[in-house]
Design a protein around this ligand. Structure first.
Ligand code: CP
Length: 304
């Protein structure tokens, strides 16, 4: 099942075979099997919203494989500032490159961009909606520890309402019928239509208020930040800020095999002294962004 020429907008557009193909090829890339396969290509990174990992790992990934990179981080010095529409920006940039990577605050913006672009578009995060390449690197990282996703037990903790990384990853895991716990304050519950979608795909899904309510061992705790920038009302944010915190003690109580993941950036939801525990794999996750995004670029451009 080929990704060649496809825009990568939502994990919902993917079949399990696509997920397995990216994981397989990313493994080959990480082992050094493919070299310089983006030579002669130009990649645009259009980041209308802040990013550290996604933009820089895409740019590093592309350059390491021989591509040229153009683009912007923040649209203040582009013609968007003069009133240019997103559609006109995308149509114009399509003529300057082979592929567009875009992050934008509006849900649905990446889908729209893919409809007007004449080159493939990769969604690097559209509002609270989807972040599919984060999911590919999350799955790749999980596979480095667990072969069988269907027997996995994964707890998601935090902002499940606005957390696009959770929306994408939970959906992908539901294709494997992974057992899922959703742990959040009431205000930050995952939208019900997404929960129903996970169940319809065959996952057992339980929504709970705190970690202590899980009475059995599980494999992965995927923690997310409460995203202040997504709240319309600062008072609503203050009601939930600091409502959970992962410490060494919490992790020890979960058993020595538990893996702690986080898409990053972190604010205060995981103590810094957790970083040295073998359970903490979130920086490894971030570093896997390079081979995984290289694989995605190569597969979409048909050069790998
Ligand atoms: N995980 C992630 O998307 O990080 P950035 O916002 O730094 O790109």
């Amino acid at each position: 099942m080929s990704l060649k020429g496809m825009s990568i907008i939502s994990i919902r557009d993917m079949e399990k075979e696509h997920l397995e193909e990216v994981i397989r090829v990313a493994g080959e890339v990480k082992r050094g099997k493919h070299k310089n396969f983006l030579k002669g290509k130009v990649i645009s990174t259009l980041f209308f919203e802040p990013s550290t990992r996604t933009r820089l790992s895409f740019e590093s990934a592309a350059k390491q494989m021989g591509a040229e990179v153009i683009g912007f981080a923040g649209s203040d010095y582009t013609s968007v500032k003069k009133g240019e529409s997103l559609g006109d920006t995308i149509k114009t940039v399509s003529g300057y490159c082979d592929l567009i990577v875009m992050r934008h605050h509006l849900e649905g913006s990446a889908r729209y961009a893919s409809e007007v672009a004449s080159v493939p578009v990769i969604n690097a995060g559209d509002g609270a909606n989807q972040h599919p390449t984060q999911t590919f690197l999350d799955l790749f990282t999980i596979r480095e520890y667990f072969q069988d996703f269907s027997s996995l037990k994964v707890a998601f903790l935090g902002d499940l309402k606005y957390g696009r990384t959770v929306h994408s990853l939970a959906y992908a895991l539901s294709l494997y019928k992974t057992t899922i716990w959703l742990i959040s304050p009431d205000l930050l519950r995952m939208p019900q239509f997404l929960v129903e979608e996970l169940r319809a795909n065959g996952s057992s899904v339980r929504e709970i208020d705190n970690l202590e309510q899980i009475q059995e061992t599980f494999d992965i705790l995927y923690v997310t930040r409460i995203q202040r920038e997504r709240f319309g009302d600062p008072q609503e944010y203050m009601k939930v800020a600091g409502s959970y915190r992962i410490t060494r003690g919490v992790i020890e109580s979960l058993g020595k095999n538990i893996k702690i993941m986080h898409p990053l950036p972190r604010v205060d939801e995981i103590d810094f002294d957790v970083d040295t525990m073998d359970n903490a794999i979130y920086f490894k996750q971030a570093h896997n962004g390079i081979p995984v995004r290289q694989a995605i670029l190569g597969l979409v451009l048909g050069t790998i």
